[in-house]
Design a protein around this ligand. Structure first.
Ligand SMILES: CSC[C@@H](O)[C@@H](O)C(=O)COP(=O)(O)O
Ligand SMILES: [Zn+2]
Length: 209
């Protein structure tokens, strides 16, 4: 198998797993995996497709500008420019974007604060933070409809080879040095969102009864 096929299979595996979790409602979400560093090229999901279905047209190869490398009728994801920021500013190898109810609610609850910080949770180790009092902060940005504007706002928080950014009432983009790390950041974040919302609801219930 050549490098392109290997990366295709890796991304297809992640897409299959995330689809099983219902993390692509209404055709939302997009995934990207780096193929080459110099010049930069990456596979990205084709735009507007039902990402729960597997086809041989799920991904296309794009360059550092997010433009298709080969002649194709496929359109790169509408949010390809965000993945461009990840791959051109860091050594990340994979970038994942999903819309979930939990990430949308968290982004709305804490959107005015501009970030949410988690602490005192074992799963924070998934971000590579092993100290007992470790904290992990996820920035929350405004959901600009203009994608170049959204990408440039997003870019302000793309500083490390692995990370996560919430887009208010839209979704999350998480990335890592490889597919495993990007998935780990994404899953840890969704775990923390779900835990936090459950805890808030139960605390509110306790107050009212
Ligand atoms: C129906 S989801 C809205 C889309 O604009 C977008 O946010 C999204 O995540 C999927 O867009 P896509 O172009 O398929 O990658
Ligand atoms: Zn989106």
């Amino acid at each position: 198998m050549n490098l392109l096929q290997t990366r295709w299979e890796e991304l297809a595996d992640i897409k299959r797993v995330l689809a099983k979790r219902d993390w692509f409602p209404g055709t939302s979400g997009n995934l990207a995996i780096k193929v080459d560093h110099d010049p930069c090229s990456f596979l990205v999901t084709a735009s507007g497709k039902d990402k729960t279905i597997e086809t041989n047209e799920d991904f296309l190869l794009v360059n550092a500008l997010g433009k298709p490398v080969n002649d194709t009728h496929l359109k790169p994801s509408a949010e390809t420019l965000l993945h461009v920021e990840v791959f051109t500013k860091t050594n990340a190898g994979c970038s994942l974007h999903v819309h979930t109810v939990d990430n949308n609610v968290i982004s709305e609850l804490y959107g005015d604060d501009g970030s949410i910080t988690f602490k005192g949770q074992e799963i924070i180790k998934a971000y590579g933070l092993w100290e007992e009092d470790a904290e992990y902060t996820i920035p929350i940005i405004y959901n600009h409809a203009d994608i170049p504007t959204l990408a440039s706002e997003f870019s302000k928080f793309v500083k490390k080879d692995a990370g996560a950014v919430l887009i208010r009432n839209h979704g999350i983009t998480a990335w890592g040095r490889d597919a495993l790390e990007a998935k780990k950041y994404l899953e840890a974040s969704e775990f923390l969102f779900s835990y936090h919302l459950k805890l808030l609801s139960l605390k509110a219930l306790k107050v009212t009864i």
